[in-house]
Ligand binder design. Structure first.
Ligand SMILES: Cc1cc2nc3c(=O)[nH]c(=O)nc-3n(C[C@H](O)[C@H](O)[C@H](O)COP(=O)(O)OP(=O)(O)OC[C@H]3O[C@@H](n4cnc5c(N)ncnc54)[C@H](O)[C@@H]3O)c2cc1C
Length: 398
């Protein structure tokens, strides 16, 4: 597509700025609107896996990302009394810690710094309407002003209000049966560089992970009724969190003691976005707005980066936006769907064991998989597995 075009990106999370980086590099003029009044640099540990590492390398950002590594050295499973059940050092098969461990906020900041000089960031605004016009699309902003663009890219996250302006009927949310919350608590002297994971009664799963010098990050997930099925007396997020923590052991007690002071909680149902098409006219979906796999897969950020690379590349390569959007979806959809298929409501149920008996079985399995013997057997397969991971997606060259 001609490079004289002006492109609007909605959403300044991960996918939006990454796509802005590539589009600016290809010579397009990019306006990026973010609903929040400033960069949302919150969030906990995100994994940058597989092909996404290549995208970061091609952006020349590898050193910056490595410099912000959380230095997590592996995962320990603990019981309710915080006694170690099993240990998975970094590099173990089945462990939580991957090659690049970075806090989402640090990563968002790296992308923002890499794009703020080349694209027009507008904070504290969002798009309230889109209308196709001849050779373009007219976007109306929340303050009532309107502006014309060649394309609109919706990168405004899992609940994407901009997606709903055009593709609400084509999109469904697949609820996986659990809620999730991410937030920070103050770091304690005894906190080390291990991720600590606990299975609690009632299905609550908690992970404490290193989050820098001053805080420890909390990721917790717990089974709950589907959002739409919950009653008007539904408890508030904090009430739900508290209820999921009470009586769940030492780590949970520590979180309860800190909960009132926690400011910023990323909280919501664990739902995947399934859209039957990713574009309509001149509007296209990107990142979680198109195919959120849920943070539980550890693939959302990787998909956002790879998607941004492919979408920008196809916009540059193709003669028309229709061809570009078709090619982008054809190339990326199988990868996104594979990532989503890694999770199912059944698997989520199995992972969130509810009873003491279930937890005892989970501990047995954790011990078994963490043992030197099983790890060495699994590692024997690792070469072919590693190859498969590297080949999870072949990045086109643009
Ligand atoms: C504050 C925050 C914390 C997160 N923490 C974690 C975490 O700890 N672990 C994890 O795995 N994933 C986390 N995520 C999700 C993770 O960032 C995404 O799954 C993934 O990186 C894909 O990125 P994305 O850019 O598609 O979506 P997101 O990173 O969700 O970014 C979407 C952006 O769009 C903005 N936005 C929303 N509505 C509008 C609108 N109408 N107009 C303009 N902008 C809008 C949002 O404020 C946000 O900045 C978090 C997301 C956010 C926003």
């Amino acid at each position: 597509m001609e490079q004289t075009k002006k492109i609007l990106i909605c959403g300044g999370g991960i996918a939006g700025p990454a796509c802005a980086w590539w589009l600016s590099r290809y010579g397009y003029s990019v306006v990026l609107v973010e609903k929040a009044g400033a960069l949302r640099d919150g969030g906990q540990n995100v994994d940058v896996k597989g092909a996404a590492q290549q995208v970061i390398k091609r952006m020349g950002l590898t050193e910056q990302v490595e410099a912000r590594d959380t230095l997590e050295c592996g995962q320990k499973w603990l019981d309710a009394a915080s006694k170690v059940v099993a240990v998975f050092p970094k590099g173990s098969i089945g462990g939580l810690t991957c090659d690049f461990e970075i806090l989402r906020g640090d990563f968002a900041r790296i992308l923002f710094d890499a794009t703020r000089g080349t694209c027009d960031y507008r904070f504290g605004t969002s798009v309230s309407g889109v209308e196709e016009i001849e050779n373009g699309v007219r976007a109306t902003f929340a303050n009532g002003t309107a502006e014309d663009f060649a394309l609109v890219i919706c990168a405004d996250g899992v609940s994407s209000p901009t997606r709903d302006l055009a593709l609400a009927a084509e999109t469904r949310m697949r609820y996986l049966g659990a809620y999730m919350a991410f937030f920070n608590i103050p770091r304690r002297p005894e906190d080390d560089f291990w991720a600590c994971s606990v299975n609690g009664i009632g299905g609550t799963m908690i992970n404490l992970r290193p989050g820098g010098l001053t805080h420890t990050t909390v990721l917790m997930t717990f089974p709950a009724a589907e959002p739409g099925l919950r009653s008007p007396t539904t408890p508030s997020p904090r009430e739900m969190l508290r209820a999921a923590l009470v009586g769940r052991g030492k780590v949970a007690d520590r979180i309860i003691a800190e909960l009132d002071a926690v400011q910023d909680v990323y909280f919501g149902p664990m739902s995947q976005v399934q859209a039957s098409t990713w574009s309509k006219g001149r509007l296209v979906l990107l990142g979680d707005a198109a195919h959120c796999p849920t943070p539980f897969t550890g693939k959302g950020t990787a998909l956002a980066l790879v998607g941004a690379y492919v979408l920008a590349g196809e916009i540059k390569r193709c003669a028309t936006h229709t061809q570009a959007f078709e090619a982008y979806e054809r190339i990326l959809r199988p990868y996104a769907e594979r990532s989503q298929q890694e999770l199912s409501p059944r698997l989520i149920r199995l992972m969130h064991v509810r009873t003491r008996f279930g937890i005892a079985i989970a501990h047995l399995l954790q011990r078994c998989f963490g043992s030197a013997l099983i790890q060495s057997l699994l590692q024997a397969n690792a070469t072919s597995k590693a190859r498969r991971i590297d080949e999870d997606f072949t990045l086109p060259i643009y």
